[in-house]
Design a protein around this ligand. Structure first.
Ligand code: F3S
Length: 418
C-alpha cells in the first residue's frame, strides 16, 4: 500500500505507540482488501462499549489508560442503559455501574459522549463527499445516501480510525461502488407513504430483495427528515444496505442516469400496495388483547417528535401495566425538559429514555438470564419502527405490532390492541 511521509512517520512511532499500533491495524485491514492507499477521515461515529457485552467496558477503560486520543470529531453510539436516569428503565444496578465506567474513558480519549444512533440530528453533519468512519447501520446509510458522505459499515476498526484519522480507500469510498444496482419503481399512493411506519415498511421490503447491493428508488418523495431516516434504517435492517439513491432527492443522483452512473440496472422491480401489506402481516404477531409495552424513538427521536408525543399525551394517562418509552439522546432530552415536554410525558406515566433503547437494554433475553430477570421481559410491544420490530422479536422474544405513531400513543393510553 502506498503510504505518505506522515503515515510512515506514524509507523516509525513518532506519534507514540498507541497511534502506531492503530495505524498498523488499519494498514493490515486495508491490505486484506487490496486498498491502494489510506484516506483522511473528517468524522467518526464510534461504537459505545456496551456493558451487556462481556469485556467491552473493561477493554475501553484499559485502552483509554494507554493515553490514546481521537484525531477527529468523534461521537458515540448507544449504551445499554440511561446513565443519567438509570431507574426509569429498571436496569440492574450492577449493569449500570459497569456501564458508567465508559463515560470517563470516552472523555479521556476526547470522544463526545453522545450515546445516540442519530448523531446527524444533533449537528454532526460532515460536508458532501467527506470520508468518515461510522458504526450504526441506520446512521451509516443516512450519511452515505442523504448527505453524500463516504463510509463503510464500521466495526472494531472504527476505534483505530478515530485515533489516527485514517481509513483504507475501499468499499463505498470508491466511486465505482456507489453506482446503483437495482431499480425499484414505487407504485404506492403518496398519502400512504406520508407516515413514518409506511416508509419503514417500504424500506424493509426493498432491503429484503436487494440484500447488500445499492437500490435506486424511483417514485417517492419522503415527506420529512424523520421519514427518510426511518426508511433508511429499515433498508439497513432487512438487507445490509449501506447506500441507496432516490433520483431528484439524494445528492449523488439528480436523475436515473446519474444514479446508475450511465449503466443499466441489473434488475427492475415494481413495488405495489400489497407488498407493503405483506410487511405489516409479517411484523404483526399481536392480534388483540392487552399490551404491556409501547416504544417510540427507533432511531432516536428528535425534539419535534417528542413535542408531538407530549401534545398527544397532555392530560392523558398511560394504562396501568403498560411501560411506554420514548427514546432519544441526552442533549435532546435536556432541551425537551427545558421546553416542558418531559414533564407532560412523565405526568402521563410515560418515560423519555436517553442513551439507549429496548433492543440495546437489559431487556435482551441473554441479559435477563444473566441477571435473573423475567423472560421475556415484556410480552406485547407496539411500535412505529420496523427496525425495532425486527430486532425485539429475536432479542427480547416478545410479540409485536407495527402501526403509526398516533395509534401507538392511543394504544398506550388504552392498554389494549383492538
Ligand atoms: Fe437506535 Fe436502538 Fe433503533 S440503537 S436505531 S433505537 S434499535
Amino acid at each position: 500500500m502506498f503510504l505518505t511521509d506522515d503515515e510512515k512517520s506514524i509507523l516509525n512511532g513518532d506519534k507514540g505507540e498507541v497511534v502506531r499500533e492503530a495505524l498498523d491495524y488499519i494498514i493490515q485491514f486495508g491490505d486484506a482488501f487490496q486498498a491502494q492507499r489510506l484516506v483522511d477521515i473528517t468524522y467518526c461515529h464510534y461504537p459505545a462499549e456496551m456493558a451487556i457485552y462481556e469485556g467491552s467496558v473493561e477493554d475501553v477503560v484499559e485502552y483509554s489508560a494507554r493515553g490514546g486520543k481521537v484525531a477527529v470529531p468523534t461521537t458515540t453510539s448507544t449504551l445499554c442503559c440511561d446513565l443519567e436516569k438509570p431507574d426509569i428503565t429498571g436496569v440492574p444496578d450492577e449493569l449500570f455501574k459497569l456501564q458508567s465506567k465508559v463515560e470517563k474513558a470516552h472523555r479521556k480519549m476526547g470522544i463526545c459522549e453522545t450515546y445516540t444512533c442519530t448523531p446527524q440530528k444533533i449537528g454532526f453533519v460532515p460536508p458532501f463527499g467527506a470520508n468518515i468512519a461510522a458504526v450504526e447501520s441506520s446512521a451509516i446509510i443516512y450519511y452515505n445516501s442523504v448527505l453524500g458522505c463516504r463510509t463503510n459499515r464500521g466495526g472494531t476498526l472504527t476505534r483505530y480510525s478515530a485515533i489516527t484519522g485514517k481509513y483504507p480507500l475501499m468499499g463505498y469510498m470508491l466511486d465505482e461502488n456507489r453506482k446503483g444496482t437495482h431499480l425499484f419503481k414505487v407504485k404506492i399512493s403518496p398519502e400512504r407513504l406520508d407516515s413514518y411506519d409506511a416508509m419503514c415498511a417500504l424500506g424493509f421490503h426493498i432491503g429484503e430483495i436487494v440484500g447488500s447491493e445499492v437500490p435506486v428508488i424511483d417514485g417517492i418523495k419522503p415527506k420529512s427528515l424523520n421519514n427518510i431516516i426511518g426508511f433508511g434504517a429499515a433498508l439497513a435492517t432487512s438487507g445490509s444496505v449501506t447506500l441507496y439513491h432516490i433520483p431528484g432527492i439524494t445528492p449523488e443522483a439528480r436523475n436515473l442516469h446519474e444514479a446508475f452512473q450511465g449503466e443499466n440496472p441489473k434488475e427492475e422491480y415494481e413495488i405495489l400496495e400489497k407488498d407493503l401489506d405483506a410487511v405489516y402481516e409479517k411484523m404483526n404477531t399481536i392480534h388483540s388483547g392487552a399490551i404491556d409495552f409501547v416504544t417510540l424513538g427507533c432511531p432516536h427521536y428528535d425534539l419535534e417528535q417528542i413535542r408531538h408525543v407530549a401534545e398527544m399525551l397532555k392530560g392523558e394517562k398511560v394504562a396501568d401495566g403498560v411501560r411506554f418509552w420514548i427514546c432519544t439522546n441526552r442533549m435532546t432530552r435536556l432541551q425537551a425538559e427545558y421546553s416542558g415536554y418531559v414533564k407532560t410525558i412523565e405526568d402521563a406515566g410515560a418515560k423519555v429514555v436517553a442513551d439507549t433503547c429496548p433492543v440495546e437494554s437489559h431487556m435482551r433475553k441473554s441479559t435477563c438470564r444473566e441477571f435473573g430477570l423475567k423472560i421475556p421481559n415484556v410480552y406485547d410491544m407496539v411500535t412505529d419502527s420496523v427496525k425495532m420490530v425486527r430486532y425485539v422479536g429475536d432479542l427480547i422474544g416478545c410479540r409485536t405490532r407495527l402501526t403509526d405513531t398516533e395509534t401507538c400513543i392511543k394504544t398506550a393510553i388504552k392498554g389494549r390492541w383492538n
